[in-house]
Design a binder for this molecule. Structure first.
Ligand SMILES: NC(=O)c1ccc[n+]([C@@H]2O[C@H](COP(=O)([O-])OP(=O)(O)OC[C@H]3O[C@@H](n4cnc5c(N)ncnc54)[C@H](O)[C@@H]3O)[C@@H](O)[C@H]2O)c1
Length: 336
């Protein structure tokens, strides 16, 4: 059974991925490494916890000794790397943790993959010919768009926040390990995800939670910032395809053409909740919306051109925002 290290599997996207992957591939042994920061919740991977092809290790991706031990002990032949500090607002108030985990942590994983899989630059050890490192990144590395245009794989990097700058740095390191050492890597840059298991600090779960507690719903600035939303399972399926089918060194942008302004997202959630759990006082949830001071350096618009992954790997999103948001709200209502 081939062992694959999945980092950050107790977080939002990692947990959705672990449950999908452990179930789909009983012949892979998924070794899940997570430090269990405030953003983690092991309940998210409860359905995988007792599967014979899953092992959880609590630990830090920056801990070189631990990472080296895991490569050796499990003879890891793959890495799918989600672990990160991921919240832009936290990166503004406490950027250090973002550099440590997103840059140094990614370097520690790459360096151990190099030492375990390669004899010398561009010389793979026998038995490790297919060992691959897949790095999960974000469209935020490209900076902000104006009213028109899309991010492609050729868009120059121009990150705005300590979060996106740390992710950009990690992407560069991953690419450098491919060019310099011939490490078999792939990278994906995805748009904003939503779906089950997301931490309440992020926009969609936060809005749902504020509504259900009848508290004010804060919206940054004029609410006109645009994000391109992708249902988390569609992201997981794209990663699966890239990990298994992409050529070495390739980068793919992942997005499903679901651009919405923040205020459209908030209003849509309010409308759905008005139907599903109407307020007792007869008012609308949208009455709770409050505009608050904008985030510093707030990027105006992100939008992905997914032509490359659609053409090369035949990946298409299964959910539109209108179908995915219903599934998401139903999950939060069930788990509250
Ligand atoms: N959420 C999005 O919309 C989005 C979009 C595109 C890309 N991404 C990327 O996807 C990945 C996962 O994002 P997410 O939203 O699931 O994040 P998350 O914050 O929900 O989860 C991150 C996980 O990583 C773990 N972690 C943090 N530091 C660690 C460390 N030093 N060692 C080991 N584990 C550590 C945390 O405990 C947590 O379980 C990140 O790399 C992020 O940059 C996220």
């Amino acid at each position: 059974m081939q062992a694959i290290l999945v980092t950050g599997g107790a977080g939002f996207i990692g947990a959705n991925f672990v449950n999908y992957f452990v179930n789909k591939y009983p012949n892979y042994h998924v070794v899940m490494l997570d430090k269990l920061t405030y953003a983690a919740n092991l309940d998210n991977v409860q359905e995988s916890a007792n599967k014979p092809n899953y092992t959880f290790i609590k630990g830090d991706i920056c801990d070189n000794e631990l990472v080296a031990k895991l490569f050796k002990e499990y003879d890891l032949k793959g890495v799918i790397h989600f672990a990160a500090e991921s919240h832009v607002d936290n990166s503004i108030s406490n950027p250090r943790a973002f550099i440590e985990t997103n840059v140094n942590g990614t370097f520690t994983l790459l360096e151990n993959a190099r030492l375990h899989w390669l004899e010398a630059p561009h010389k793979v050890k026998p038995g490790y010919e297919n060992a691959r490192f897949h790095h999960i990144s974000t469209d935020e590395v490209f900076g902000a768009l104006g009213d028109t245009g899309y991010f492609t794989e050729k868009t120059p990097y121009a990150p705005s926040s300590p979060y996106s700058a740390s992710k950009a740095s990690s992407d560069h390191l991953v690419r450098a390990f491919n060019k310099t050492y011939g490490l078999n890597i792939t990278i994906s840059n995805c748009s904003n995800n939503y779906g089950p298991c997301q931490h309440q600090e992020k926009l969609i779960p936060h809005v749902i939670s504020q509504c259900l507690q009848e508290k004010s719903i804060p919206v940054y600035g004029n609410g006109k910032n645009i994000r391109d939303w992708l249902y988390v399972l569609d992201h997981c399926k794209a990663i699966d395809l890239i990990y298994h089918n992409a050529k070495t060194g390739e980068t793919y942008n992942i997005g499903g053409h679901n651009e919405r302004t923040n205020v459209e997202i908030v209003t849509k959630i309010c409308e759905i909740l008005d139907q599903k759990v109407p307020r007792k006082n007869g008012q609308k949830y949208a009455d709770l919306i409050t505009y608050v001071t904008d985030r510093p350096g707030h990027d105006f618009r992100y939008a992905i051109d997914p032509t490359k992954i659609q053409t090369d790997l035949k990946w298409f999103a299964d959910e539109t925002f209108d179908t995915g948001i219903i599934k998401t709200i139903d999950w939060y209502l069930k788990s509250k």
